[in-house]
Design a protein around this ligand. Structure first.
Ligand SMILES: [Zn+2]
Length: 151
């Protein structure tokens, strides 16, 4: 089972299938050969990990958006308490804060697994780049490839 996205060849405009498996499809070889016209081009959504490094979002232990949720929830509780009565806002605030804390805990727990996946992607990227012909094709297609992969 895979997650696919339809993209278009920049040369001939015909559609091709993009596989979003693995880490959301962000890592892998950005090199695409069009089935229709044979053009070799760079998919700028894909990161050759050994060259560009991981996305910031993949290094975070958790998404900062949950902190905003915790803050909002706490604020709702504080406003409710300061008004002198425990009302619906207080309950809703508590639910929001609790949910966001649960998301933080689950993301922190998943972080190690995430780093292991990233490590696997890094090794695959280095393996691809150890092939000089691949590195040259990548460079010729317009990707910025460091010299060390071209000698
Ligand atoms: Zn094409």
């Amino acid at each position: 089972m895979g997650v696919y996205e339809i993209k278009k060849c920049p040369k001939c405009g015909k559609a091709y299938q993009f596989n979003r498996n693995g880490m959301g499809g962000y890592y892998g070889s950005p090199l695409v050969t069009c089935y229709h016209c044979g053009t070799v081009f760079i998919d700028t959504d894909v990161i050759e990990l050994a060259i560009q490094g991981p996305r910031k979002a993949d290094l975070r232990k958790f998404s900062p958006i949950w902190l905003i949720g915790v803050f909002m929830g706490a604020l709702m509780i504080a406003i409710s308490i300061s008004s002198g009565e425990i009302d619906l806002n207080c309950i809703v605030g508590a639910i929001i804060a609790a949910l966001c804390i649960a998301f933080i805990i689950s993301e922190v727990k998943n972080h190690d697994k995430h780093l292991a996946e990233l490590d696997k992607e890094m090794k695959a990227s280095e393996a691809r780049l150890s092939n000089k012909q691949y590195a040259e094709t990548l460079k010729n297609a317009g990707y910025s490839v460091p010299e060390k992969y071209l000698i």
